[in-house]
Design a protein around this ligand. Structure first.
Ligand code: ADP
Ligand code: MG
Length: 505
């Protein structure tokens, strides 16, 4: 199959998750889509798989425009997809999972024999060993993924979409998956491989399209260096400028020493990391995602327990404290995933604005929340932060991404703080809101807060930081002056130590 995408656009409100994307996937090729979280990769794939309807643009299969109104349409057209988050039914067998939603379900009753045969055929054809009778939830993650792949291949599939297939895999499982992909394309199938990991993209791709903030920013080749790919991914086109006077840094307000955090599988996600942020400065943490940024933010908040090392805030050891006590001690925290960690979707704007302090005076008296006080605080936050809402009683889930983010920021700024962790503060927000948020972060710095800015956008890091720390494999591999050339930062991000990086003062 030759798949072509022309000017494909998906708008969520005023935010363009994908913006006029052009793409050609040739038969028998592995086409990688490389981009940071939030770049628009899954949204693009969901349009190709009939889950989302494009706002504009078209999809052509072998030169013919097609309309894919549902996954059923996509499957009929020969497209299979394995989602970022598996959709297996845990207690069901492999065979039952594979046949779910497939044509050979006979009037609602499960035709087990056919299903088992289908699994065995596909696994044999592509060398994907699987026991059709195994119970899915008892299988290792790598094997569960194989079930998803077999499920996606059990139609007449010419194009297989793998959305971040390696995110959950161990290195040996990744190697195995890459082998499977090679088998698939050897038989003439096309594969779209989504990832933000440079090494594996270079290892498997024939062609690479780099997506950033919903736009195709580069067509790259697997022969390009990791540094070049990293630079394309985090952008060099857009120059964000923020007016800011020189920083007046004071004492160290956030001091992280020798911090080690282990991942689910016991591998170090942070590996003896040292980092200090002074009052009145913004330290930008640059890095390709997945190098420990998430774990660092969570360790500072206190939702992950480090295996070793220490965290001090304002000279006080907070390493063993729970998140609420850290917040009371002066921590503001903008989480990278506002939907998951930042907002209560079923709550109103006002309720979300006071999540961090409704138990405290003046909002609560003897355990009773004072609705009028909440209302007053919410009205003020809505005005100060220019939150576009029908009012404090509106459900926060009804707001646009940019306005939801302003709710999070307004809340975190609503109580005294000496340290602010801002993780991906402008992800998925439109340009106007980006500017607003950037100005607030600089104002925060100028008010004397120690700001740790974690961003996958190198432009954002460069526009806001007084010092830039580069994280790679769970370690800080360099602390640089803000005028360091982005090529040098890119090299460090890709794990290469340049000869002589200019150190920060
Ligand atoms: N249903 C939705 N409503 C609003 N915004 C969305 C929706 N789905 C995705 N987005 C936003 O679109 C952007 C791109 O998301 P996504 O395609 O999932 O990125 P990626 O897969 O590259 O990480 C993100 O900023 C995300 O918050
Ligand atoms: Mg995605």
């Amino acid at each position: 199959m030759r798949l072509e995408v022309q000017g494909l656009t998906k708008a969520f409100g005023s935010f363009l998750a994908d913006d006029s994307v052009d793409l050609v996937v040739e038969p028998g090729q592995v086409h990688a889509i490389l981009g940071e979280n939030g770049a628009g990769k899954s949204t693009l794939m969901n349009m190709l798989y009939g889950i989302l309807e494009p706002t504009s643009g078209q999809i052509l299969i072998d030169g013919e425009p097609v309309r894919l109104r549902s996954p059923g349409d996509a499957i009929a057209a020969g497209i299979g997809m394995v989602h970022q988050h598996f959709k297996l039914v845990g207690p069901f067998s492999v065979a039952d999972n594979v046949q779910l939603g497939r044509e050979h379900v006979k009037r609602g009753s499960l035709d087990r024999a056919t299903a088992r045969r289908a699994v065995l055929e596909v696994s044999e054809q592509y060398g994907l060993a699987l026991d059709p009778d195994a119970i899915c939830e008892e299988l290792p993650v790598g094997v569960q993924q194989r079930v998803e792949i077999v499920k996606a291949l059990s139609g007449k599939t010419d194009l297989l979409i793998l959305d971040e297939p390696t995110a959950v895999l161990t290195p040996p499982e990744v190697a195995e998956l890459l082998g499977i992909i090679r088998n698939l394309t050897a038989s003439g199938m096309s594969v779209i491989f989504i990832s933000h990991k440079l090494k594996e993209v270079k290892a498997i791709a024939d062609t690479i399209t780099v997506l950033r903030r919903g736009k195709v920013v580069a067509e790259a080749s697997p022969d390009d260096s990791e540094a070049e790919l990293a630079a394309a991914m985090v952008g060099r086109s857009v120059v964000l400028t923020v007016d800011r006077p020189p920083a007046q840094p004071g004492e160290v307000a956030l001091d992280i020493k020798n911090l080690t955090v282990l991942g689910e599988r016991g591998t170090p996600m942070l590996d003896g990391l040292d980092l200090a942020v002074r009052a009145g400065e913004i330290v930008g943490l640059a890095g390709v995602e997945g190098n420990g940024q998430t774990e660092l933010a969570r360790a500072v908040l206190g939702t992950v327990t480090p295996a070793s090392g220490s965290i001090d805030m304002g000279g006080v050891a907070v390493t063993g404290r729970d998140p609420y006590r850290r917040i009371v001690a002066g921590l503001g925290y903008i989480p990278e995933d506002r939907g998951r960690d930042g907002l209560a979707a079923d709550f109103t704007v006002a309720e979300n604005l006071v999540l961090n302090q409704y138990r405290d005076k003046p909002l609560s008296h003897r355990g009773v929340v004072d609705a009028a006080a909440v209302r007053t605080l919410a009205d003020k936050a809505i005005a100060d932060f220019d939150i576009r809402t029908r009012g404090p009683g509106e459900l926060v889930s009804a707001l646009s991404g940019g306005n939801q983010q302003k709710v999070v920021i307004a809340r975190e700024f609503s109580r005294p703080r000496s340290v602010l962790v801002a993780a991906q503060p402008t992800r998925g927000v439109d340009v106007g809101a980006i500017e607003f948020i950037h100005r607030r972060l600089v104002a925060e710095r100028d008010a004397g807060t120690a700001v740790l800015l974690i961003s996958a956008e190198l432009d954002e890091i460069l526009a806001l930081s007084d010092r830039i720390a580069v994280i790679h494999n769970g370690q800080i591999v360099g602390v640089l002056a803000p005028d360091t050339p982005r090529e040098i930062i890119g090299q460090l991000m890709a794990g290469h130590r340049p000869a002589d990086p200019a150190p920060a003062s």
